[in-house]
Design a protein around this ligand. Structure first.
Ligand SMILES: Cc1cc2nc3c(=O)[nH]c(=O)nc-3n(C[C@H](O)[C@H](O)[C@H](O)COP(=O)(O)O)c2cc1C
Length: 424
């Protein structure tokens, strides 16, 4: 059973919405209808009230005798603001028929009647079913408005093609049949896509490195490290959940991936460095969570080194270049750069502070790798955050996603501060 809020605007197809309401109730749902003032020229309130068994409102200033409750709900003992209460109580808001005029108002965020005000305040799936004359539907203004609604996460149904309301008229613009409208409504509830709500990191481009690099000894063996990529992936997920556009440079990570994030796979420190340099210039923030090899075999062999006839082997290692230090020449004012320091025991904070300063970082996340229950491969972590000019912060131990949220929250405030100083 779903609570379906039905918004009716002023088109001839309004009569089909009565049938939609009737079918929905027959299928076990409860329905409340609201109407635009113009729509009552087509179908009066009494018809919708009769079918839904609930009052119909056309204006935000009208008192709702049901106090925003659906027929299956108790009326609250106070009079709530109807357009907020109905939006909060429904499971889905279906605007059918949606006139060209109402669609335009929705695209512009107008709230001048009950139908439009509800669309603005509703954080449940919204389904819009356009119905109008062929030329009105194909008009560039209507097309653009529909695209705008779709880009905001509103489901806009394609109208049917066939005979239209005016005599002899044929084309696209028919309201879908009530049973199809009901199917689309139930699907929209199941998908659960709600209209776009602004998020705190909207528009921010974040680059995150994750995992551990592998430096070849020959074509089968490598020098690697124990980093699983869990912390970096958790940071990326937390930033994406706040609306950031995230790219992850993944070094040998075999974890599940997030469809909202772009991943670039790399293997060696040199590959990671080259991708990071190319992506950094497009980013507002960089989080270097990957464990990048400090040394690599000087002269990796092509093919597999044979064991036969050898009692041992010496692999000469040479230092890799430092990715973070190397980015300083590319760095623009306002870009936030965060590093990770994995060190053991008491040396941790001193070493982390040294890296923070020598690499010109805005923040460093320090991890004590001498503590076996946290860090590499584990699901939990405990960190200390060092920010230039601030006292160390020591958030409580938590899962990597909890810790990632703390880190991203701190990055968010750094982005705001940096953005403000870059604008000065
Ligand atoms: C007979 C008649 C039929 C109409 N049918 C439609 C229609 O199917 N679709 C539409 O977008 N507008 C239609 N209109 C125009 C709308 O009623 C008009 O734009 C109105 O202002 C819409 O108001 P509303 O969106 O607030 O309900 C029709 C107008 C008349 C007079």
């Amino acid at each position: 059973m779903a609570r379906i809020l039905l918004g009716v605007s002023g088109g001839i197809a309004a009569y089909k919405s009565l049938e939609f309401a009737r079918l929905a109730i027959k299928a076990g749902h409860v329905v409340r209808a609201v109407q635009t003032p113009d729509s009552v020229n087509f179908v009066g309130k009494a018809s919708f009230e009769g079918i839904t068994g609930a009052p119909v409102l056309t204006s935000q200033f009208e008192r709702d005798p049901a106090g925003g409750a659906f027929p299956d709900q108790q009326r609250p003992d106070h009079d709530p603001i109807s357009h907020l209460e109905l939006a909060a109580n429904c499971d889905v808001y279906v605007i059918a028929p949606a006139t060209a005029n109402t669609i335009a108002k929705l695209a512009y965020g107008m709230a001048d009647n009950m139908v439009t005000a509800l669309a603005l305040s509703c954080r449940k799936p919204i389904v819009v079913a356009p119905a109008m004359n062929n030329d009105m539907y194909l008009n560039a203004a209507t097309r653009d408005n529909i695209e705008t609604l779709r880009s905001r996460g509103i489901t806009v149904l394609d109208p049917g093609t066939g005979e239209l309301a005016s005599k002899g008229e044929y084309g696209i613009g028919r309201l879908p049949e009530p049973s199809d409208l009901l199917t689309a409504t139930v699907r929209a509830i199941a998908r659960g896509e709600v209209p776009f709500a602004p998020k705190s990191l909207d528009g921010l481009k974040m680059l995150v490195t994750a995992g551990g690099t592998r430096e070849p000894i020959d074509s089968v063996r490598f020098v690697g490290n124990r980093s699983s990529g869990k912390m970096g992936f958790a940071v990326a997920d937390a930033a994406a959940a706040r609306g950031a556009e995230v790219t992850v440079v993944a070094a040998n990570v075999s974890l599940a991936r997030n469809a909202d994030i772009d991943y670039i796979d790399v293997s060696t420190a040199a590959e990671l460095e080259s991708v990071v340099r190319a992506e950094f210039v497009k980013s507002d923030a960089l989080v270097m969570a990957a464990a990048v090899a400090d040394f690599r075999p000087a002269d990796p062999e092509d093919g597999k080194i044979k064991k036969a006839g050898r009692t041992g082997m010496t692999v000469e290692l040479v230092a890799t270049s430092d990715v973070l230090s190397g980015l300083q020449d590319l760095r623009e004012p306002g870009q936030v750069v965060v590093g990770f320091a994995a060190e053991a025991g008491e040396a941790l904070l001193g070493e982390a502070r040294r890296k923070l300063e020598s690499k010109g970082l805005d923040m460093i996340v320090a991890n004590d790798i001498s503590e076996p229950s946290i860090g590499f491969e584990s699901d939990d972590n405990e960190i200390t955050l060092l920010v230039e000019g601030c006292e160390p912060e020591h958030p409580p131990r938590g899962t990597k996603s909890e810790i990632a949220n703390v880190i991203v929250g701190r990055i968010e405030s750094l982005v705001r501060t940096q953005g403000d100083s870059a604008r000065v």
